[in-house]
Write a protein that binds this ligand. Structure first.
Ligand code: 5GP
Length: 199
């Protein structure tokens, strides 16, 4: 994977229900330079999701064919569905935009293997499991069994916090957003200064 311009790649990971989709969308809305990487998945769309915007929803057969053809930079099986980042989408977007990945720890490990990426890895966590459970239930986009599955994956998920550059505790969405914003801006500034120094 090549990223030789001044654009940065930000990974935002968290256990399910902590709020990373909301924060990713806020970043994309506020900063024109940022695009969210739209993943491919075999999961069924939720009622509020749009194909091509939230995900590219594809069949299991199609996903496995794309794996065989080595079309993904990373992919993982999560809650019995495939999720993956297509090489073509990343290569096209990074030429003009900063990229935001809403992916899990397995995908983060795979992207970390690429060197010289200007990759910033942020892990978002809640300080209350009870709060997380009520948020998963309130979200009302998953069946009861799905909520249980997502809630139970919390302990496994947080074991991987150490693979990230920054850990943010989401107690309050607005302050969490501000912290992520300042991480992104300071990394963008670092990059601009280092490219000035080499001119
Ligand atoms: P959801 O089904 O709630 O949209 O997503 C479930 C999990 O899959 C989330 O942790 C999300 O970050 C992760 N995910 C979404 N897209 C990708 C992807 O392309 N690759 C990987 N590795 N994880 C993804």
């Amino acid at each position: 994977m090549l990223n030789d311009g001044e654009n940065i790649m930000v990974i935002l990971s968290s256990p399910s229900g902590v709020g990373k989709t909301t924060i990713s969308k806020k970043i994309e809305q506020k900063y024109q330079s940022f695009k969210i990487s739209v993943s491919h998945t075999t999961r069924a769309p939720r009622s509020n999701e749009i194909d091509g915007v939230d995900y590219h929803f594809i069949s299991n057969e199609k996903f496995e064919q794309l794996i065989k053809e080595k079309k993904f930079y990373e992919y993982a099986k999560i809650f019995e569905n495939y999720y993956g980042t297509l090489k073509k989408n990343v290569d096209e977007t990074i030429k003009k935009n900063d990229l935001l990945f809403d992916i899990d720890w397995q995908g983060t490990k795979q992207l970390s293997k690429f060197k010289n990426l200007k990759l910033i890895k942020i892990y978002l966590i809640t300080d209350s499991k009870e709060e997380l459970k009520s948020r998963l239930i309130k979200r009302n986009q998953n069946s009861k069994a799905e909520v249980e599955k997502r809630f139970n994956s919390f302990d496994e998920d947080i074991k991987h916090w150490n693979d990230y550059d920054y850990i943010i505790i989401n107690k309050n969405l607005e302050s969490c957003f501000k912290q992520i914003e300042s991480i992104i801006l300071s990394n963008k500034n670092k990059l601009s200064i280092s490219s000035l120094a080499t001119q």
